[in-house]
Ligand binder design. Structure first.
Ligand code: FES
Length: 296
């Protein structure tokens, strides 16, 4: 349901923005996926038809990775050039928001909702397993920002929740044979079961909407595994989906971005140590040409 939720979140976010920022209204959200419909081209064509002036490329990955946000941004700039739209829109970029307070609050709300489903006298006995999509170790080794930013989100969420439950961060959805970031979520579940943990709450921390890796991989595959290793209650939090707290956070992030009159975060211009790709961390036709942080 990721498309359904992304479109819903965008529409609701714009209703808030139209009231909060009348000077830049009307606002409209367009959805572009990297590998599924609607692709970047479709969104760009629709934006052109609508006469959009200032376009904000708003990554829906809270934590930056060159394999996700970076890949989508590079595709965006490639498509803008291919479609001869380099001068059609002025661009700025919201590249990351891993510790935004509204986002963190929305995650905490989801944790509290699901915690109330556990049949346990002492809720502090539930182990919280944060799970993020893994990345190949070669990506981590080149200095990609994802792993530290996911860890920063986890830390903020635990601080805000302010409970004494034990927690751990795992990495899921590895594909292929090269080494990926570990420990894997699967390995952690096996190990918790072996060590006598009977109640586990999984919190998908790098996904904002439900999709195959939450509903199927966590909700079905990992749930089966948990049962096999003796975990009695295995639950996972719902994606942020239609959360009003989350949608207000999205509007807040955009409002802050518009008011800051900046093109991107300063960290956007910190490239991976071995990167030689010319398009990485570019902004074509920036909205504020004088406010571009220096690139390293
Ligand atoms: Fe990370 Fe290019 S691959 S900046």
């Amino acid at each position: 349901p990721i498309r359904k939720w992304t479109e819903y979140q965008g529409k609701e976010m714009c209703k808030i923005l139209d009231k909060a920022c009348p000077e830049s209204a009307p606002h409209k959200a367009y959805t572009a996926f990297r590998y599924a419909d609607p692709l970047t081209e479709e969104a760009l064509e629709e934006m052109k038809e609508d006469g959009v002036e200032h376009a904000i490329a708003f990554s829906q990955f809270p934590q930056w990775s060159c394999t996700t946000s970076g890949s989508s941004m590079n595709e965006l700039w490639r498509e803008v050039r291919r479609l001869n739209m380099t001068d059609t829109f002025r661009w700025s970029v919201i590249d990351r928001w891993p510790v935004h307070s509204g986002f963190v609050n929305a995650v905490v709300e989801r944790i509290e909702e699901r915690m109330s489903d556990f049949e346990v006298d002492d809720p502090s006995k539930v182990v919280v397993l944060f799970s993020a999509h893994s990345v190949p170790m070669k990506v981590v080794e080149r200095g990609d920002h994802y792993v530290p930013e996911v860890a920063a989100t986890v830390k903020k969420v635990m601080e805000r929740w302010n409970k004494t439950n034990k927690y751990i961060l795992g990495w899921q959805s590895k594909v292929g044979y090269v080494p990926w970031m570990v420990p894997s979520t699967e390995h952690i579940i096996k190990s918790l079961g072996k060590r006598g943990v009977r109640r586990v709450l999984v919190v998908p921390i790098a996904f904002t909407s439900d999709h195959i890796e939450t509903l199927f991989e966590i909700g079905e595959e990992y749930a089966e595994l948990a049962e096999e290793v003796g975990i009695k209650e295995f639950r996972f939090t719902e994606g942020l989906n239609g959360s009003e707290t989350f949608i207000s956070a999205l509007a807040d992030i955009v409002q802050d971005h518009i008011e800051s009159k900046t093109n991107c975060s300063s960290q956007y211009k910190m490239k991976c140590v071995t990167c030689v790709k010319p398009l990485c961390r570019k902004i074509l036709n920036p909205a504020y040409p004088k406010a571009i942080p220096a690139e390293i």
